[in-house]
Write a new protein. Structure first.
Lengths: 250, 437
């Protein structure tokens, strides 16, 4: 599904990713861990197509197509979803209107008619229930004045609505209390199928107790320096990142 | 001959045609003297520092309307808010069009200035209100000097006028260049409520200069909601002089939507003569090319316990320029005044300009006055956020701009009007969005 080879990327001439290799197949859950500043968020932004990041070498292939030249919205239309670490507040646009616009723009791009209002409403209700989201919440301005937990839940709600092939969850656990974490993880697990894949980017092992990864990768200094199974995450939780740094620098 | 000289000599002819010796005629004669002395404002004046009229004054305008040109409703329907039942006062090249209008004298007067000026039964209202709010600046004086036609609205007390009133000034372009000087008077007595929508629309690209004066009087507990749609074509310029005198506990709001035209100058003045008055001034400006929109507002707080709310949003593209000059005066007696003013702007192009200047003159010591202005670009992180959810750049941009304008749109009380303005904004931004905010 996703195949990244020798990916180098920089922002404002500062090199951040220095040769990433990663393959994600349908049905898999990958976790990318690593200390602060290792390039985790950059990797997710580059996959999602943020313009400020320049790919200087390597390729990102999604469903057999090189997506490097595609705009962020075109990648979204192909089924890539990024849950933001810091969801942006957009005053004046309600959650409902925003998601309606997003869904219908994706349908338009695929040559489909707009979704009938009735179906849209049904889908919104169904997915809001899945994430235990209060209906009143849906008419509020997008992310404006939301608590950290509400913002993240709203991200996963949008993911549920858009039903992506590849979901990248960037630090979705940050700012969540344990109840919210459980709701969010539960939502992600229910959306999981053998046809889609999830990449969880996290600093801590906590979320991985709920969203159990098939593979764990450690990103350090712009490279994946270690890969393993979920046991690697436990090891990192127990020992921290210093031993990885030492191994790499040795 | 300069436009000033042309107007001065035309006024001699104008005098001959009007009723000599009447109250209004005396005002006209005084007013032309004021205009003669002051002339058109120049950039040397502080209030006109950022707006030059030179480019619009150089045309050879025809200053008297010729015969009425007939227009078919179906050809101009799109300029009406046509999906609501409304009274209509329609002018074509400054002449009243009975064919397109729907006036009334049933309990309320929604009619023409010319008939109000000529009929004895309106004499008292005219003498009590005409030119009693307008200031003696040169442009208002020029309008007074030539005042003969416009909308006349008198709502006696305790009337809730359920149908909005639409005032539309069409210009047909039958003359190479046309100058229009409509004069509107709105008098709303105690406990009455009226909604008015005003629009100026040219039907060709021939230059038009409109110098309009509107006086509005709200008596005790009266409510007036006034909406101005300024979406004219690229050779039409508008100087809108609006004066509102409010009495105690009255509510007046003016929403100004400026989307088109060559040069627009809005002189909007509120005078609060009573306690517990509420004044609202809101505007959305979205312009591009070399368009110029200038909002020059004044709120004069004279008595205690009153409020004013100003909220102007501007989006400027290409080489367009905007001006916001908002003056709030709080007199010594006007304790417990709450005066708010906000002016937020987005510059989409690096060649666009906005000059924004709040002016607060506060002589009372127990007041709450706030003002703030911002100038920014579209939020890049919000753009990426929306794009990552599948919303293309253009639509994402439009959505952000809608959201930006929404504070102003949300207080429009006529749903059909709000929908229309939303559509105009969408077409300005070149998108169609599947919902209304």
């Amino acid at each position: 599904m996703l195949k990244i080879e020798n990916l180098h990327a920089s922002v404002e001439d500062k090199s951040i990713l220095k040769g990433i290799n990663l393959e994600v197949k349908p049905g898999e859950v990958h976790a990318i861990m690593g200390p602060n500043g290792s390039g985790k968020s950059t990797l997710s932004s580059v996959i999602a197509g943020k313009e400020e990041y320049e790919v200087t070498d390597g390729t990102i292939v999604f469903d057999g197509e090189d997506i490097d030249e595609l705009a962020a919205e075109e990648r979204a239309h192909k089924g890539i979803f990024l849950s933001f670490q810091y969801p942006v507040e957009i005053p004046g646009v309600s959650v409902t209107n925003f998601i309606k616009t997003a869904i219908n723009e994706s349908r338009k791009a695929r040559g489909l008619e707009e979704m009938p209002a009735k179906d849209m409403l049904k889908l919104i209700r169904e997915k809001a229930d899945l994430l235990e989201i209060d209906r009143n919440f849906l008419s509020r301005s997008l992310n404006e004045g939301f608590s950290g937990g509400e913002k993240k839940r709203n991200e996963i709600f949008q993911m549920a609505m858009l039903d992506p092939k590849l979901a990248i969850l960037d630090e979705t656990d940050s700012g969540l209390d344990i109840d919210a974490l459980r709701i969010v993880a539960n939502g992600v697990n229910k959306l999981k199928s053998e046809n889609n894949a999830v990449v969880v980017i996290t600093h801590y092992q906590r979320l991985l107790d709920y969203i159990v990864p098939d593979y764990v990768h450690v990103l350090y200094n712009g490279k994946i320096v270690k890969s393993g199974t979920k046991e690697l995450a436990h090891e990192l939780e127990a020992k921290g990142y210093d031993w990885i740094k030492e191994e790499v620098n040795a | 001959m300069s436009l000033k000289d042309k107007l001065l000599s035309s006024h001699l002819v104008f005098e001959d045609r009007s009723d000599m010796g009447s109250y209004v005629n005396n005002l006209r004669n005084d007013a032309i003297k004021v205009f003669k002395e002051k002339g058109f404002p120049s950039k040397k004046e502080e209030a006109w520092k950022y707006t030059s009229l030179n480019s619009v004054l150089k045309e050879d305008y025809s200053v008297f309307p010729k015969q009425e040109t007939a227009l078919e409703y179906k050809d101009v329907k799109k300029y009406f808010i046509h999906d609501i039942d409304s009274y209509k006062i329609i002018f074509i090249d400054g002449k009243y069009s009975s064919h397109l209008s729907q006036t009334t004298h049933a309990g309320i007067d929604v009619c023409l200035m010319s008939s109000a000026l000529s009929k004895p039964k309106y004499r008292l209202v005219i003498e009590n209100y005409f030119n009693k709010a307008a200031s003696e600046d040169s442009l208002s004086s020029l309008n007074t000097a030539f005042s003969s036609e416009g909308a006349f609205i008198h709502i006696p007390k305790n009337k809730l006028v359920e149908k909005p009133i639409q005032i539309i000034h069409f210009s047909t372009g039958n003359e190479a260049a046309t100058m229009l000087q409509p004069r509107n008077l709105v008098v709303v007595d105690e406990n009455s409520h009226v909604q008015i929508i005003e629009r100026h629309q040219s039907l060709t690209n021939n230059p038009v200069l409109t110098n309009s004066v509107t006086e509005i009087f709200t008596a005790k507990r009266a409510i007036v909601d006034y909406y101005k749609i300024q979406n004219d074509n690229e050779n039409a310029s508008l100087i809108d002089n609006t004066f509102i005198k409010q009495k105690q506990e009255s509510l007046a709001s003016v929403h100004t939507f400026s989307f088109g035209g060559k040069l627009i100058r809005n002189n909007l003045n509120f005078y609060q003569n009573g306690e517990r008055i509420d004044s609202t001034l809101k505007g959305v400006t979205i312009i591009g090319n070399k368009q110029h929109v200038d909002h020059n507002t004044l709120v004069h707080h004279i008595e205690p316990n009153c409020e004013s709310h100003q909220d102007y949003k501007g989006i400027f593209n290409d080489k367009s320029t905007g001006v916001f000059n908002g003056k709030v005066v709080v007199e010594k007696e006007a304790q417990k005044t709450n005066a708010f003013q906000a002016n937020n702007n987005i510059l989409i192009s690096d060649k666009a300009t906005i000059n924004t200047k709040p002016q607060l003159e506060i002589f009372a010591d127990d007041v709450k006055c706030s003002h703030g202005c911002t100038i920014g670009q579209l939020d890049e992180s919000a753009m990426f956020y929306m794009q990552s959810r599948g919303i293309p750049k253009k639509e994402a941009k439009a959505l952000l701009m809608y959201a930006f304008s929404n504070d102003v749109l949300s207080s429009v009380k006529i749903p059909e009007l709000k929908q229309r303005i939303t559509k105009i904004i969408a077409s300005k931004l070149g998108v169609s969005l599947g919902f209304d905010l």
